[in-house]
Design a protein around this ligand. Structure first.
Ligand code: 4NP
Length: 156
């Protein structure tokens, strides 16, 4: 099993959106028996909560279900997961502070940025400005680039 973890601050806006969109793409590609998807937050404030209504709204509008609950990122996630995708630079440095830097930890949008399908490397936080639709577009580009990368790396 190839294990993929998306990480943001609260685990209620960006990383659950990325998890749901990526899981949807994995399902459509017929790879759900090969790729496991999860998300977590570096902070603990929202542990146990459902995703933000803005995230759930944009997902359901696009026909994507999500039933996950927020959990906090732990050091053991770095052992457990093969790919750890941080939504922004602060999340990335918080993850890397938990353990020595590892190649498998990177910014979620880095691959899409390199493929020139997005023009920024960090996912802006819709918790503060409510731009869930805009973030959904970015997350789709990031998820497509990540799935292409994993398929190429693993011959899937
Ligand atoms: P997220 O957004 O990291 O994308 O889930 C946030 C959610 C909650 C808070 C900050 C960001 N908060 O400060 O409670």
């Amino acid at each position: 099993m190839i294990k993929v973890l998306f990480v943001c601050l609260g685990n209620i806006c960006r990383s659950p959106m990325a998890e749901a969109v990526f899981q949807h793409m994995v399902n459509q590609a017929g790879l759900s028996d090969k790729i496991l998807v999860d998300s977590a937050g570096t902070g603990s404030w929202h542990v146990g909560e459902t995703a933000h209504r803005g995230t759930l709204g944009v997902l359901s509008k696009n026909g994507i279900a999500y039933h996950g609950r927020a959990r906090q990122f732990t050091r053991s996630d770095l052992q457990e997961f093969d790919y750890v995708l941080a939504m922004d630079a602060e999340n990335l440095s918080d993850i890397q502070r938990a353990a020595s830097p590892r190649a498998k930890v990177m910014l979620f949008l880095e691959l899409a940025y390199q493929a020139q399908t997005v023009t920024l490397r960090e996912v802006p936080d819709p918790y503060y400005d409510g731009r869930f639709e805009y973030v959904f577009g970015l997350v789709n580009k990031g998820a497509a680039a990540l799935l292409a990368h994993i398929r190429a790396q693993h011959g899937l």
